[in-house]
Design a protein around this ligand. Structure first.
Ligand code: ADP
Ligand code: MG
Length: 251
């Protein structure tokens, strides 16, 4: 079954005449884990902004599960089942990981229950399962401010999953993490990919190698090439634009 979760046609986004996204075409199957890479300024974040409704394009079509989502506002698109994790963790630092997850689980159903209610039995089971999945069962009841950066990233990914989105968008989840933390986040995304459609934007090539199945390379707002990590890495155009610019970024 190759149902498309996301289909994007002829997408163009201009900022005062500059095309951050330029006639971009892209599609993703339901259940896929896709990594989107590209040099700084390639348009990766703008691409995610369009999918979540934060930025509206000048031209093109965006369909989520076959439905045109362009007319909808950001919060409406979130309700339709597109969840986004921003680059920096946004967890409640004074609350414990368990409490953060309980809020996310319940928020999906009823805001008042989330604020004032006690978690139901099934919610408690879900939260315990999520704590296991994100590897924080042993730190479930300490304030989140005591977690490492990598643990906070995993907690936030758990909070995203608690909202049961059909499509998870994850923007640079390993920026600033140690190698060990990076691997833990990679393993978490691989585990979640068993049962979710996930798009990851990433810069860290080691990490991309760890998780990537199909990779899309963006350059100047358009798709430069797509394929397996090996195919993409050996494509002369990618070597020129991506690795060239990484070199610049390093100096
Ligand atoms: P990436 O995430 O791949 O680094 P971005 O999507 O952030 O790239 O940006 C793509 C290009 O669009 C960059 O040249 C950036 O300067 C420009 N851009 C992004 N957002 C805006 C904006 N709100 N106004 C003007 N230019 C923007
Ligand atoms: Mg970006």
């Amino acid at each position: 079954m190759n149902e498309k979760i996301l289909e994007i046609e002829n997408l163009t986004v201009s900022f005062s005449g500059f095309k951050a996204i330029n006639n971009l075409n892209f599609s993703m199957d339901a259940g896929e884990l896709r990594v989107v890479i590209g040099p700084n300024g390639a348009g990766k974040t703008t691409f995610m902004d369009v999918i979540t409704g934060k930025t509206k394009p000048q031209e093109g079509n965006v369909r989520f599960k076959g439905r045109n989502i362009l007319p909808y506002k950001e919060h409406e698109i979130a309700c339709m089942g597109i969840g986004r994790k921003f680059q920096t963790p946004r967890v409640y630092l004074k609350l414990t990981p368990r409490e953060n997850l309980e809020l996310s689980c319940a928020a999906q159903k009823n805001v008042f229950a989330a604020l004032f209610g006690k978690p139901s039995g099934s919610e408690r089971r879900t939260v315990n399962g999520l704590l296991e999945t994100i590897g924080l069962a042993n730190k479930a009841d300490i304030p989140a401010e005591l977690l490492s950066h990598g643990e906070k990233q995993r907690l936030e990914i758990g909070m995203l999953v608690a909202q049961s989105p059909d499509l998870l968008l994850v923007d640079e989840p390993v920026a600033g993490l140690t190698d060990e933390e990076t691997e833990a986040v990679g393993n978490l995304l691989l585990a979640l990919a068993e049962s979710h459609s996930i798009m990851v934007i990433e810069h860290d090539m080691e990490f991309v190698r760890q998780i990537a199945r199909k990779v899309t390379v963006l350059h100047q707002g358009t798709v430069l090439c797509e394929g397996s990590m090996d195919e993409v890495q050996n494509d002369p155009r990618v070597i020129e634009v991506y690795l060239g610019s990484q070199d610049e970024a390093d100096h």
